[in-house]
Design a protein around this ligand. Structure first.
Ligand SMILES: NC(=O)C1=CN([C@@H]2O[C@H](COP(=O)(O)OP(=O)(O)OC[C@H]3O[C@@H](n4cnc5c(N)ncnc54)[C@H](OP(=O)(O)O)[C@@H]3O)[C@@H](O)[C@H]2O)C=CC1
Ligand SMILES: O=C(O)[C@@H]1CCC=N1
Length: 271
């Protein structure tokens, strides 16, 4: 059972995870502590919105926390981790959601034998629908990995991967929701340009994405079969998909994932 959880970093990702946790009832708001670098207004907003404990003192924030989530940008990770390293003990678990940065780097910065798990959730955590990958660091034992998996399973689904696959995971499911939103934006624009009302377009497209996701999850069919089931010979879908092919859809997606993956590798080197 988690008694206390601390967030170092109070941005989008911390908010998405804490929203999911609060909705899941695994931990009451009084036992969630959050801090950041300097933005007091942001901490006040989180306290007012979610009634979590905001504390500008990092030591008090992490003191006695079973889980300490590092949710800062890669270039801030060394400063953030160094600032708490003296206050942590080996019975605490550090979970880093920082893109690109290895557990080795976090462990070296901590300079002690605190167990570290690296996780890559996404912002759908806020709706209890994150796809999260986790990888264990040098001092993490089975129990730590299980704790991390259990935590992220309460706000979506979680799966263990090899740490070397984290850059790919980040490109696919960490950034993935943004690609879907971009697709939705493009579909909405096309619908509105063709004369459909904005709200109607949004409602239809949103349910189309939700429905397709549900089919991927529950139908037992692979995406190609699901696509073929919609594609009547000489019909509208065939015409649409052929247009995507002519405009290099697959190439665009391949470059998208490759670029995101390469950026993740760079972020891990720069930090
Ligand atoms: N957004 C997403 O979809 C996802 C993000 N991630 C990863 O999560 C991490 C956070 O991303 P995101 O939430 O979007 O970033 P944000 O920029 O929204 O938030 C970053 C937070 O880190 C805080 N911070 C910076 N330096 C320190 C420090 N030294 N000590 C304590 N807090 C500090 C900032 O505080 P202040 O505002 O005061 O400077 C801010 O609250 C990144 O590493 C990202 O790769 C992972 C999965 C998905
Ligand atoms: O854009 C980023 O760097 C982060 C990592 C995954 C999603 N957002």
């Amino acid at each position: 059972m988690i008694e206390k959880m601390a967030f170092i970093g109070a941005g989008s990702m911390a908010e998405s995870i804490l929203t999911g946790i609060l909705n899941s009832d695994i931990l009451p708001k009084e036992r969630i502590y959050i801090t950041n670098k300097s933005d007091k207004e942001r901490l006040a907003f989180l306290e007012n919105t979610y009634a979590v404990q905001n504390n500008e003192d990092k030591n008090e924030t992490v003191d006695g926390a079973d889980i300490v989530v590092i949710a800062v940008k890669p270039h801030d990770v060394e400063a953030a981790v160094s600032s708490i390293s003296d206050c942590l003990t080996p019975d605490q678990l550090v979970i880093s959601v920082v893109a690109g940065v290895s557990t080795d780097t976090i462990s070296k910065t901590l300079g002690n034998d605190i167990p570290v798990v690296r996780a890559m959730p996404n912002t759908s955590s806020a709706a209890g629908q994150s796809a999260t990958a986790v990888a264990r660091g040098p001092f993490a034992k089975d129990q730590h990995l299980e704790t991390a998996l259990a935590l992220f399973n309460t706000i979506g689904t979680a799966i263990e991967v090899r740490e070397e696959d984290m850059h790919t995971v980040t490109a696919i499911s960490g950034s993935g929701p943004a690609y879907v939103y971009y697709l939705v934006e493009a579909m909405e624009k096309a619908a509105v340009d063709a004369g459909l009302g904005q709200e109607t377009a949004q409602d239809l497209i949103t349910q189309t994405i939700v429905g397709a996701g549900e089919m991927l999850k529950t139908s037992g069919l692979d995406p190609a079969e699901l696509r073929e089931n919609i594609t009547s010979p000489g019909g509208t879908t065939q015409a649409g998909v052929e247009a995507l092919g002519k405009h290099n859809f697959q190439e665009a997606i391949a470059r998208c994932v490759e670029s995101a993956r390469e950026r993740s590798i760079e972020l891990g080197k720069k930090k």
